[in-house]
Design a protein around this ligand. Structure first.
Ligand SMILES: [Ca+2]
Ligand SMILES: [Ca+2]
Ligand SMILES: [Ca+2]
Ligand SMILES: [Ca+2]
Length: 367
């Protein structure tokens, strides 16, 4: 007689459960490294810069120092109230004075990242020639209002702008470089403009942004206005960093000298909607007779609306293909054959097209 509830021995339960427990331990073990590595990634993100990347689609970005913006920077080394802009000291980026900033492409931080701290700025300054800390300073009162950059034996200061160029092209930067230092210092004040896509790696110099000497000894006021279209590499990129950098300046003989303050002001970025690039695609299909057999050596002609025409012949199986066809346009396609008649087709080409098929039209007089 069969037992409805077969007795299961204790040893059998153990035999059944042991592999299960083994599997559970395996699953737990397998999940541990995943969690650990996620933590590492989180820490990495925390060391990254700022910041908000100003969305060029929602507005054009502008930054400058004026009486109206004097309250944006109120304490030293604090850029937190200035969206999408940070200043850095550029500690020891150069080994000596007079190094061309166009050749200085890294940052002073690991992996060339830009952390949220330490940022650099001396807040609420007045007369530049009376202040000689080096690095960056916010001059928000007095004759010349600007963010000042002053190199020294340690400082190679730079300003970074964070831009989100998703969907944008023709990203154009306007800015003013001005001698704001009326003191006796007389340095060759080089200023470079650089950019990079992403948050690590070297910056790339933009030669058009270079200013060979922004300052004149003993007086202030010399002004250079720049309008620079950023390289197309930034187009449609969510993380674009643009920086204005100077280095520890030399005198005109290449010797060591205190640096004049270089003022940066009236920075703005504008852009336009990125026009979709018309990709070139392939258009192909098959030419067949009434029975569905391929018609070889038929002439297939493709007319665009501007009067251009291209022709190909079908292969022995009736297949044809046009390559490098500009997408986003309308074409008329005709097939000529000695034996058959084919109705022409009007097609809108937006993507690769592989099934543009022609079947011979039966005509009464041919029967
Ligand atoms: Ca201020
Ligand atoms: Ca000067
Ligand atoms: Ca100078
Ligand atoms: Ca110097």
């Amino acid at each position: 007689m069969n037992c409805l509830h077969p007795r299961v021995s204790r040893s059998r339960i153990v035999r059944l459960l042991t592999p299960l427990a083994f599997v559970i331990v395996l699953v737990l073990t397998a999940s541990l490294p995943t969690k650990l590595s996620e933590k590492v990634i989180d820490l990495g993100i925390k060391t990254q810069a700022n910041s908000t990347y100003c969305d060029l689609a929602s507005s054009s970005m502008s930054f400058g120092v004026s009486l109206a913006t004097a309250g944006q920077i109120t304490s030293n080394d604090n850029w937190s109230n200035v969206p999408c802009v940070e200043g850095y000291f550029g500690q020891n980026l150069t080994a000596t004075h007079g190094v061309d900033p166009q050749t200085v492409l890294g940052t002073e931080f690991a992996n060339n990242q830009l952390p949220n701290t330490p940022t650099n700025v001396s807040a609420n300054k007045g007369n530049p020639s009376a202040f000689n800390a080096g690095g960056l300073a916010e001059f928000d009162s007095g004759t010349y209002l600007a963010i000042g950059l002053q190199g020294n034996v340690q400082a190679n200061p730079y300003l970074v702008f964070y831009l989100n160029a998703t969907g944008r092209g023709q990203v154009t930067m306007n800015y003013t470089v001005q001698d704001i230092d009326g003191g006796s210092n007389n340095s060759v004040s080089m200023v470079a403009l650089q950019y990079r896509v992403g948050t690590t790696g070297n910056f790339i110099n933009i030669p058009e942004g270079f200013v060979a000497d922004a300052t004149v000894g003993g007086v202030a006021g010399a002004t250079v206005n720049k309008t620079i279209v950023l390289p197309a590499a930034v187009n449609n990129q969510p993380n674009v960093q643009v920086r204005i950098i100077t280095t520890n300046a030399a005198n005109s003989s290449g010797g060591s000298t205190p640096d004049e303050w270089i003022g940066i002001n009236n920075v703005s970025f504008s852009s336009s909607v990125l026009a979709p690039t018309a990709a070139n695609v392939s258009v192909g299909g098959r030419v067949m007779n009434e029975q569905g057999y391929g018609v070889g050596r038929a002439v297939v002609s493709m007319f665009d609306m501007e009067g251009g025409v291209r022709t190909v012949r079908t292969n022995q199986f009736g297949y044809f293909r046009f390559t490098d066809v500009p997408a986003g346009r309308t074409y008329v396609v005709e097939v000529a054959s000695k034996q058959y008649h084919f109705p022409s087709q009007i097609i809108a080409v937006n993507d690769e097209l592989w099934d543009l098929n022609f079947v011979a039209q039966t005509t009464f007089f041919r029967k």
